[in-house]
Design a protein around this ligand. Structure first.
Ligand SMILES: Cc1cc2nc3c(=O)[nH]c(=O)nc-3n(C[C@H](O)[C@H](O)[C@H](O)COP(=O)(O)OP(=O)(O)OC[C@H]3O[C@@H](n4cnc5c(N)ncnc54)[C@H](O)[C@@H]3O)c2cc1C
Length: 438
């Protein structure tokens, strides 16, 4: 266990990203009395939906219970993928999906990558979009063999530019011998999550969309022609409602809450590193993740000076200092050369896992939803928000592959994931066993 000196004297239990954009409520925008569409949740999904509505002349309002960007959208690792994580459950294993559907899902995931790239360009969002690819380290030889099998499908269905890197060449990708080789996915990128969020927010504001902070939606009820939406700052009527609450889905939508398992993810940022060390760790500046059940994901900060290292230090929200210690340990297992490097920031946020490990959009009881990032939602939730808006506006050319009626629940799960610490412990043990047996 690392000692207390892992903490920089200026350690702050908030996202490093907030130094560039800190969630704020700003001057509160009044909740209008009516709108064609009410969007619940002001993260990437909600804002992307609002932006798309504005393009088609549909009047929408975004209702956010806290400051703007307080959810996962300013807390994530900023790695952007176009399909490599589709169908990966929180055990890190792939869920069973038939090949024809896999083909359609990967193709849409690839479209999600194209969409975010286009959006950033069209809206001139300054968010350090860097298309440098991803390296997924194999925790065991068996995992490497499994990755090898996926390469063709990722390339055929999602144009991923994927290829295998054997252990002997691993140091071209990462200054570590921790993995048994791994897979490179060239069609992946990284960005600054909070600046991307701010860019979407600015784009909505430029188009005059009402984005209402501190407007917690407390009740949604059918009123004959549409919906009555009660918020903490007033009531509005809307023709349609979009639920875009992801890992923060709560009691106002119990049927959706039963389909989402909120799992905390945690990140640390280190102090700026000496330039030689910083440049050596991930020489091609890719994003890195691994095939462990309790996986880690990491990258250099956009300016290349710090390590930003995330993972499931705990499966539930926990004290950032405690999680920082665990993550620092995970980081130095991979990079012993970072022992003695101090942590300046440590934070946490909720991801939304689904029981079939797939993101979903659709309708439940007349309410539209886009939910279930399964830990990879920068591109995907932007895409599902956009697709949901296109569907409601009646301009979708074809149904989205993630728009399917089968959004599974479980009779014993009502939305309280009390079992996560037990599952987390079990997965950690399985990871250790996998390696020992390998
Ligand atoms: C630590 C961490 C690391 C991650 N790393 C990555 C990564 O590297 N790459 C990647 O692709 N994805 C990553 N993700 C996932 C990604 O951040 C999310 O998928 C994405 O931000 C979800 O966007 P969203 O708009 O759906 O949800 P959010 O941004 O979470 O927004 C949902 C909003 O709904 C609001 N809300 C909830 N209930 C109500 C209510 N009743 N009334 C009004 N508002 C309400 C919440 O306050 C919240 O702001 C990570 C997530 C976390 C937490």
């Amino acid at each position: 266990m690392p000692s207390a000196d892992i903490f920089h004297p200026d350690f702050a239990p908030v996202p490093y990203w907030w130094e560039a954009y800190r969630p704020t409520s700003g001057e509160l925008v009044e909740v209008p009395a009516s709108a064609r569409v009410a969007i619940v949740g002001g993260g990437y999904a909600g804002l992307a939906a609002a932006l798309e509505f504005s393009r088609h002349g549909v009047d929408s309002v975004v209702l956010e219970q806290g400051a703007l960007g307080i959810g996962a959208s300013t807390r994530n690792g900023g790695s952007v993928s176009g399909g490599v994580n589709i169908g990966k459950s929180f055990s890190g294993r792939a869920a069973a999906v038939d090949p024809e559907r896999t083909h359609r899902l990967l193709s849409d995931a690839s479209d999600a990558f194209s969409l975010i790239e286009r959006l950033i360009e069209d809206e001139a969002i300054q968010c350090f979009w860097q298309k440098r690819g991803r390296f997924v380290g194999a925790w065991t030889r068996a995992h490497y063999a499994y990755q090898e099998k996926r390469v063709a499908s990722l390339n055929d269905d999602a144009q991923s530019g994927a290829y295998m890197v054997p252990r002997e060449r691993q140091r071209d990708e990462i200054a570590s011998d921790y993995y048994f080789g791994g897979m490179v996915v060239e069609r992946s990128a990284s960005l600054h999550p909070a600046l991307y969020y701010k860019g979407l927010l600015d784009a909505c504001r430029r188009r005059g969309v009402a984005v209402c902070a501190e407007a917690s939606v407390e009740r949604i009820a059918a009123n004959g022609t549409g919906w009555r939406v009660d918020t903490s700052r007033g009531t509005l009527t809307a023709g349609d409602v979009v639920i875009a609450t992801n890992g923060y889905t709560g009691a106002i939508t119990p049927a959706l809450r039963r389909r989402i398992v909120p799992i905390a993810s945690h990140i640390i940022a280190t102090e700026p590193l000496p330039p030689d060390l910083a440049n050596s760790l991930i020489p091609k500046r890719r994003s890195i993740s691994d095939t462990k059940r309790v996986l880690c994901y990491y990258r250099m900060s956009p300016d290349g000076t710090r390590m930003v290292f995330g993972g499931r230090a705990r499966f539930t929200p926990a004290d950032p200092r405690l999680c920082a210690r665990v993550l620092h340990g995970y980081m130095t297992e991979r990079f012993p050369q970072l022992r003695g490097v101090r942590v300046t920031h440590g934070w946490t946020g909720n991801t939304a896992f689904t029981l079939d490990a797939l993101p979903h959009m659709g309708e439940e009881g007349g309410l539209h939803y886009c939910l279930g990032c399964n830990g990879s939602g920068v591109a995907m939730m932007t895409y599902l928000g956009t697709q949901t808006a296109r569907k409601i506006a009646g301009v979708a050319n074809a149904p989205c592959a993630f728009d399917a009626p089968d959004f599974p629940d479980h009779p014993l799960y009502t939305g309280n994931p009390w079992f996560l610490p037990v599952i987390g412990g079990y997965y950690r043990m399985r990871d250790r066993l996998d390696r020992l047996l390998a």
